[in-house]
Design a protein around this ligand. Structure first.
Ligand code: NI
Length: 226
């Protein structure tokens, strides 16, 4: 399931990210790729231990902690510190799959990548091409969102970034280890939670909402791991 999360960052926060990233030391993105994906990867990244990555990463994680749509959709247990990439004209990232397990930089901890996230930082008019393409059972989905918006997709998906044909595409990307690792179970919980919120907003019959809320929590209890 692909989920669009609008306005994760404010316009001011996006402006700060772009300003800091303009001064960053951009390096060959193959440094963080596995052997298969390195063959199809052509982009730039900043070092994950750099001051910019840490500072901007904290801003993003702080914004996610207050974003109820993100929490409902991802049911996060751990969020990997965000990384940043840059695609200039002619750069792309061919079809690949992200590593299942990643070492958290600067720690001995590892996370399982259940959910992948891309947070767009360039305005749509700043570049041509550069769509994120995510494949699932229903085909290939092209995603290009306004600056500050984010897409979540199952980390089990094959995906790519189409060639940028002009301008510059900046984005943050990271992974989430979810309390519910199975995408189908997580999607079901997200739908149930959304329906309960809609019913609550419409002030529908109270006892039925309480029963549905009970179903939500009992399913979460059954499927979550801590
Ligand atoms: Ni990827």
């Amino acid at each position: 399931m692909l989920i669009h999360i609008p306005k994760v960052l404010t316009d001011v926060q996006v402006g700060i990210c772009r300003e800091r990233l303009a001064q960053a030391d951009w390096r060959d993105g193959r440094a963080t790729a596995g052997p298969q994906s390195a063959q199809v990867k052509a982009n730039l990244q900043i070092d994950e231990g750099s001051a910019e990555a840490r500072e901007l990463g904290k801003t993003i994680v702080g914004a996610l902690e207050r974003n109820s749509l993100f929490i409902s959709a991802a049911l996060p247990r751990f969020v990997y510190p965000p990384l940043f990439n840059r695609y200039e004209s002619g750069m792309s990232f061919g079809t690949h799959i992200d590593n299942a397990i990643r070492q958290v930089p600067g720690t001995v901890g590892r996370i399982r990548t259940d959910v992948s996230a891309t947070l767009f930082l360039s305005a749509l008019e700043d570049y041509e091409g550069g769509a994120l393409v995510v494949e699932d059972a229903y085909g290939a989905h092209k995603v290009k969102l306004p600056a500050g918006d984010m897409v979540l997709y199952p980390a089990t998906s094959l995906h790519s970034v189409s060639p940028v044909t002009s301008g510059v595409r900046l984005a943050a990307f990271f992974w989430v280890q979810s309390m519910v690792k199975d995408d189908g179970e997580r999607a079901l919980l997200f739908d149930l939670d959304s329906a309960i919120r809609d019913l609550t907003a419409a002030e529908t019959d109270g006892p039925a909402i309480v029963k549905l809320t009970g179903c939500y929590h009992n399913l979460l209890r059954k499927w979550s791991e801590m």
